[in-house]
Design a protein around this ligand. Structure first.
Ligand code: XUL
Ligand code: CO
Length: 439
């Protein structure tokens, strides 16, 4: 039985194709810089959006047409949905998926029943992974939807909630390991505050760190070899989330001695909510050796919330791919489409259009980035911009061989600094446009 009878396996047809259900740039086996596109991207489908998104918003209920749904949240429905998900991923040709525990299996009346529900669905997931070869990029726990998490999970004022969250994460890590998950993600859904009038920030941060240390201990104990990742986001649902941005997360991890155990999972819409470009976040994380994975999406610059749209912007995908090529890839991380179709795009086929667009935008970004790197012009311009540091006084300062007194004597003798040269921003923007035209 097919859940998407109108769609067959999506093929690469090349840039001149006019078929909306074909790739024009993503060609899984094509080599770029000696590596196949499949290996570069490690694309993943986000189960929560693609399989559980209904299109509901604060002004109306979901209106997504999903013929396979029977209107229940039963375990049987969850098992059927696994088959839908894998047919979708097979036809799309992605190699990975990601889930929260509560996306794949319904929450029960208590922890015991929730764990049992999860176990039943994990059997179905394992079977489909085996049948298709599609793998789990990362698992995670939903520590934000149930009302018990109203004040947060590990940062809740209620110690019992911390205990519940720990038990839930313990199970989620076990299941991720069981399914061969290559990473495990922590996104602090409500780890933050709505008002400081009722918040002991220091105590909450200490608890957050305690929670991560417990997770790290358990990971070691059960021999889970996957990479732990923390996902920065500045706000929404709380007015201030503790994992604000890459820099705040790095500071937190270092302050609490966690930096050898977790890397970052960066998301474009979270970067822009923090007032940063994704490129900024990528460079902060990558230059610290802490960029682990990417949630690929985009926001809407007109709107101040997390719209989780599919990435289509070539400047964005080019900038992401430039950093990934520079750091030698993302594995064991990958590019997870943490993105949802718009409420108005309510037919099943829209899920294909959305992912095809995202994958093509990244393939094109990869080609542009590879071209930029092959020509080397942009890198040379940056290198030349810092030429004064390669010899003379610059080299001396970098090597630590110059004190304030030395620099004063140097400048007293010289009288004034050498003239500055133009930053050439517009010329560089034009150059970038040329590469986008060429690729
Ligand atoms: C929320 C978000 C999450 C995480 C996983 O904004 O990005 O879906 O990626 O919990
Ligand atoms: Co995300």
């Amino acid at each position: 039985m097919s859940f998407f009878p109108e769609v067959s396996k999506i093929q690469y047809e090349g840039p001149s194709s006019k078929n909306p259900l074909a790739f024009r740039h993503y060609n899984a086996a094509e080599l770029v810089e000696g590596k196949s596109m499949r290996e570069h991207f490690r694309f993943a489908v986000a189960y929560w959006h693609t399989m559980r998104g209904t299109g509901g918003d604060p002004f109306g209920p979901g209106c997504a047409v999903r013929p396979w749904e029977d209107g229940t949240d039963s375990v049987e429905m969850a098992v059927t949905r696994v088959k839908v998900a894998f047919e979708f991923m097979e036809k799309l040709g992605v190699d990975f998926y990601c889930f929260h525990d509560r996306d794949v299996a319904p929450e029960g009346k208590d922890l015991r029943e929730s764990n049992a529900n999860l176990d039943r669905v994990v059997v179905a997931l394992a079977e489909e992974q085996e049948r298709t070869g599609i793998k789990l990029l990362w698992g995670t726990a939903n520590l934000f939807s149930n009302p018990r998490y109203v004040h947060g999970a590990s940062t809740s004022c209620n110690a019992d909630v911390f205990a519940y969250a720990s038990a839930q994460v313990k199970k989620a890590i076990e299941v991720t390991k069981q399914l061969g998950g290559e990473n495990y993600v922590f996104w602090g859904g409500r780890e933050g505050y709505m008002t400081l009038l009722n918040t002991d920030m220091k105590r909450e941060l200490d608890h957050l760190a305690k929670f991560f240390h417990l997770a790290v201990d358990y990971k070691k104990k059960i021999g889970f070899a996957g990479q732990f990742l923390i996902e920065p986001k500045p706000k929404e649902p709380t007015s201030h989330q503790y994992d604000f941005d890459a820099a705040a997360c790095l500071n937190f991890l270092r302050q609490y001695g966690l930096n050898d155990h977790l890397k970052l999972n960066l998301e474009t819409n979270h970067a822009t909510l923090a007032g940063h470009s994704m490129l900024h976040e990528m460079i902060v994380a990558s230059s610290a050796g802490m960029l682990g994975s990417v949630d690929a999406n985009r926001g809407d610059l007109m709107l101040g919330w997390d719209t989780d749209q599919f990435p289509t912007d070539l400047y964005l995908t080019t900038s992401i791919m430039l950093v990934l090529l520079e750091q030698g890839g993302l594995a064991p991380g990958g590019l997870n489409f943490d993105a949802k179709v718009r409420r108005e795009s309510f037919e099943p086929v829209d899920l294909f259009h959305a992912h095809i667009g995202g994958m093509d935008a990244f393939a094109r970004g990869l080609k542009v980035a590879a071209k930029i790197r092959a020509e080397g012009t942009m890198k040379d311009i940056i290198k030349k911009r810092y030429a004064s540091w390669d010899a003379g006084i610059g080299a001396k300062i970098e090597k630590g061989g110059a004190s304030f007194e030395d620099l004063e004597s140097y400048m007293l003798a010289k009288g004034n600094a050498d003239k500055n040269v133009s930053g050439r921003q517009e010329m560089l923007e034009n150059l970038l446009n040329r590469y986008i035209e060429l690729a």
